[in-house]
Design a protein around this ligand. Structure first.
Ligand code: OSB
Ligand code: MG
Length: 374
């Protein structure tokens, strides 16, 4: 690949169609950092940073990512040539701790760049094999069980192939049980606690375990593996780890310690596509299914998620809902759509991420912009 000549960073503000509540708080808008690369031949490519506004899901935020990309990530990448995108991750790990979401935004853009240069889809470059991916919805915490039942029923009717229900102590058993009773034993339900429980919450954890859930995502602490292993011994429901899996090593630890039986892969959380691929392969070798998580991405981050989710061991529906679930209007053309059976098409015939960034719309939404040059 020729030299990467410039990186333009933009922060855009996007308002969610409706507020999204999880155990750590509610958000009604996203501050999204977008990254645009340009190489010496004039090829352009895009990445999106998964970091949120507050350090609640991860310590990273849109503001820390801005600094990390500008001061530490971009200087390592600009003006250099690479044999391929696989070289970016090790380069960014050398004596540079953490900041996976900041690193991933640039690393993933380099994958898009490589795919565009090769004239192939990002899916194909990553090793994707699926022409379409199956999709679930992540439902935020609702005010009442009845409101949650309504949302879950609508989601199933719309075609979603998995309904993930956010839970926290006090908004859990009664809520999920109501959905199970109304939608029946076959409804593909799961829960995600975003670390809201401890091993002492025995009665809630055991009651949830009896609701026939596909999996229970990240009940315990964001850095924990030991207590998850203890909990997995007590529960029949498979645990799925999200926050705890920040690298290939952590995925290996999870498997060795039996801390969970499923992994939600978010490229931002693990530092990009190369680590996602490595975790995907490790899991495949160990009989661990994976699925693609989401961070309420715009159409750019979603494009990266769709490509990643087309890899063969992404056997469970991902949190990769269509644009209309999140935004009045997305920032890509065409917007991401889902059919009535809950499938999103992978743009396998188009180079790179496979959607056009709507530059006018991005311009209108931009709150700050900075360009770094080689
Ligand atoms: O835990 O998966 C999560 C959103 C923000 C922070 C954490 C999570 C989520 C989601 C959203 O569940 C899934 C989506 O993008 O649709
Ligand atoms: Mg989660």
């Amino acid at each position: 690949m020729p030299r990467i000549e410039s990186i333009v960073m933009r922060e855009i503000a996007l308002t969610l169609k409706e507020p999204f509540q999880i155990s750590s708080g509610t958000q009604s808008r996203r501050r999204i950092v977008l990254v645009e690369l340009r190489d010496a031949d004039g090829f352009e490519a895009w990445g999106e940073c998964a970091a949120g506004e507050l350090p609640s899901y991860s310590y990273e935020t849109a503001d820390t990512a801005w600094i990390a990309i500008r001061d530490w990530v971009a200087p390592r990448v600009l003006g250099r040539t690479f044999a391929g995108p696989q070289e970016i991750h090790p380069l960014l790990e050398h004596n540079f701790r953490g900041h996976n979401m900041a690193k991933a935004a640039v690393e993933m853009a380099v994958w898009d760049l490589a795919a565009r240069r090769a004239g192939v889809s990002l899916s194909r470059l990553l090793g994707g094999t699926r022409p379409s991916i199956q999709v679930g919805i992540s439902l935020g915490i609702q005010a009442t069980p009845a409101a949650l039942v309504d949302r879950a029923r609508q989601a199933i009717e719309r075609g979603y192939r998995k309904v993930k229900i956010k839970v926290k102590p006090g908004s859990d058993v009664e809520f999920v049980r109501a959905v199970r009773e109304e939608l029946g034993p076959e409804a593909p339900l799961m829960v995600d606690a975003n670390n809201a429980y401890s091993l002492a919450d025995t009665s809630a954890l055991e009651a949830l375990d009896d609701l026939g859930l596909m999996m229970f995502e990240q009940p315990l602490d964001h850095e924990d593996l030991m207590r998850h292993a203890e909990l997995q011994k007590r529960l029949k429901t498979p645990l799925c780890l999200d926050e705890s899996i920040t690298s290939l090593d952590r995925a290996e630890d999870m498997i060795a310690l039996k801390s969970g039986r499923i992994i939600n892969i978010k490229a931002g959380r693990v530092g990009g596509h190369a680590q996602s691929k490595a975790i995907h392969e490790l899991c495949q070798q160990n009989g661990i299914p994976v699925w693609c998580g989401g961070m309420l991405e715009s159409g750019v981050g979603r494009a990266h998620n769709v490509a990643l989710a087309s890899l063969p061991n992404f056997t469970l529906p991902g949190d990769v809902s269509p644009s209309e679930r999140y935004w009045e209007r997305d920032i890509v053309l065409p917007e991401w759509t889902m059919d009535r059976e809950g499938w999103v098409e992978v743009p396998v015939e188009k180079p790179g991420i496979g959607v056009e960034v709507d530059r006018g719309r991005v311009e209108d939404l931009t709150v700050r912009r900075e360009e770094m040059r080689a």
